[in-house]
Design a protein around this ligand. Sequence first.
Ligand code: DQA
Length: 137
Amino acid sequence: MKIAIINGPNLNLLGIREPGIYGRQTFEDFLKDLKEKYPAVQIDYFQSNVEGELVNELQRVGFDYDGILLNAAAYTHTSVAIGDAITAIKTAVIEIHISNVAAREEYRQKSLISAKSVGSITGLGLKGYELGLLYFL
Ligand code: DQA
């Protein structure tokens, strides 16, 4: 089984960035633990701060991977291109947010990803990625 995790802008700063909201663990540490826990799953990770690179990666993994866990970060709320890419590919996407976006600023209430995804996991911290992986399993 092949699962892609795709993270958007500023998520490379997890562990440093607003730890009260996003926690103190780096994504690299979390990913190492996740891979150790699920050795039978190929988990490929991609992060970019650039919208078009996220579209390119969705297209790259979107036809032969078994599932995509996408945290488009701030692009969730603005990117028609990422929403269109999800529609264009074959692989199912789960939308992930570390924080509970519903409890935050109004501009975070809109998602251009949710309706294109099989489901959304928000507010459960990094655990959300593992729960998304379990869904695909
Ligand atoms: C986020 C929520 C977004 O609103 C925000 O722009 C992020 C992270 C989350 O994981 O909680 O960068 O996607």
